[in-house]
Ligand binder design. Sequence first.
Ligand code: ADP
Ligand code: MG
Length: 287
Amino acid sequence: MGKNQPEEEWNEEEEELDNSDNNDLMGDDFEKNIDNLVKKQIDSKRVKKIDQTKKRATVDSVFDERMYLQVSKILKSGILSRIEGIISAGKEANVYLAYGQNNKEYAVKIYKIDTNTSKWMRNYIIGDPRFKRIPHNVSKIIYLWASKEFKNLKRAYKVGLNVPEPLFIKNNILIMDYIGFGSIPAPKLKDIKFPKDPINLLSEVLYFIKNLYQKAALVHGDLSEFNILYHNQKPVIIDISQAVTIHHPKAEILLVRDIKNIFNYFETIGVEVPNREDFYYEVINLE
Ligand SMILES: Nc1ncnc2c1ncn2[C@@H]1O[C@H](COP(=O)(O)OP(=O)(O)O)[C@@H](O)[C@H]1O
Ligand SMILES: [Mg+2]
């Protein structure tokens, strides 16, 4: 597949989980009950902090007013039944472990509405043919960013790449498959001292880079051992919000950086890596 490949049309309709059944439940009593439930669940805006290293499970104050409201809303909508705790509190987003009605685990990523963040985000959105109009409003930029992560995940997932399946997007809230065992989220690759079979691991990450480019027509743009989870001895690639289409003016420079990060990481753990340049040309299909 070369760069002349036509852009895939996005089917916006399939992006939102069908939530219509929940509306029938939205009577007064239901509202009251669920209000109590939500209060109990996230009382005093505190929630358990979940640690990948299993060493800590402390209660932490992690909801600011706005996050609290957003979390209340998704609990009320019935998509999720409870928030188990926070996995990660980052600069741009918090990630929570939650349970659905079916008692299945989900990861919930909530982007912070922040003026500074929205400024650099614009650079990645501008030039992406999927986004025709760029809003000025800060919240709207962040919503667009969250939907970009959703779309990128979907695109990668559809072509069979190892990413969490995205399930729901609404404003700045993204719900996706949870990667982990029980309440212990999968560790990041950077936290694994000696991954088993690192040669195979490298080849799986290279497969990801190549097929993300060739089949999903995307470049991750922030690929490193920080954004790869190690689950069942396999890499699961996350944090794909900044990924750009291969037509984006920054696509090539981002691809070079991704390759550099990954090759450097595997070299530091003692794995022999192929020639970087050869691999680059292999990815962009100019062997
Ligand atoms: N689907 C997921 N399942 C389990 N843990 C996740 C999932 N998505 C993210 N995480 C955890 O949350 C952290 C932050 O998520 P990430 O998408 O990398 O956001 P950012 O780095 O922008 O804060 C990850 O390093 C990982 O530990
Ligand atoms: Mg990250």
